[in-house]
Design a protein around this ligand. Structure first.
Ligand SMILES: [Zn+2]
Length: 236
């Protein structure tokens, strides 16, 4: 195993990539295996792909990209046969907007050669998503845009429980961060972000495990506190 994976429910796992501590999630069904976000480079993608086979016994068939930041999307070049799902803004970022993605990645210290190898392999997503349910075989996931926040298109992935002893798992993208304060930048919508977290809490409920885009898995209380922190910043 190349990376350290945590198991959140049966067939539901996540790891934190060493570069930028970005979360990658896996949801294994009987027929399909879904990856959530994919890192920045082909070498990260190759490690993820190997580990998913070792972890689940199956290769990645589907990939959801949560938002257009490079560390969540450029590794998609390493999953050539997977069906790709993303918001429309990610489709633009991977095609006409790729120069801006490249510049952003360089700002954050991505190795230029590795970056260009990844960029050479990216392609437009197969499905542009606003809301969808994917049936993976014995396990389904719900994709939704809960509203603007970190960006104007943060897609979240909700994994409902399949047994009485399971709790929902919510992959939050960068709408929630644990290892640092939420990343508020020029494209963030601070006035709407608390409302997006209200919707996230509605989707997951009080018992869910919430998986941030960066940092440790948190509970509903943490998400609520981050919502209040954002709301206070909006008012100050
Ligand atoms: Zn981001």
């Amino acid at each position: 195993m190349h990376l350290h994976w945590e198991t959140l429910a049966e067939g539901v796992h996540r790891c934190r990539l060493p570069f930028l501590d970005v979360t990658v999630g896996v949801v294994r069904g009987d027929r399909r295996t879904l990856l959530i976000d994919c890192g920045t480079t082909l070498s990260e993608a190759a490690r993820i792909a190997d580990d998913v086979v070792e972890l689940t016994g199956a290769a990645v068939t589907d990939l959801v990209m949560t938002h257009h930041h490079f560390d969540h999307i450029l590794g998609s070049a390493g999953f050539g046969t997977a069906v790709l799902y993303s918001p429309a803004a990610v489709a633009r970022a991977l095609t006409t907007g790729i120069d801006a993605v490249r510049a952003h990645a360089l700002q954050y210290g991505t190795d230029p050669e590795r970056l260009d190898r990844a960029i050479a392999g990216v392609r437009a997503p197969d499905h542009v998503v606003t809301v969808a349910n994917l049936d993976l075989g014995g396990r389904s996931v719900h994709l939704e845009l809960p509203g603007p926040g970190h960006t104007d298109h943060d897609l979240v992935v909700v994994v409902p429980p399949i047994g009485a002893d399971e709790t929902p798992v919510v992959f939050c993208g960068d709408l929630v961060e644990e290892s640092a304060e939420p990343a508020i930048n020029a494209e963030s919508d601070l006035s709407a972000w608390p409302l997006a977290l209200d919707r996230l809490l509605e989707l997951g409920g009080d018992d869910a495990r919430y998986v941030p885009g960066h940092g440790a898995v948190v509970d509903a209380g943490f998400v609520r506190a981050q919502r209040d922190w954002l709301a206070a910043r909006r008012e100050s």
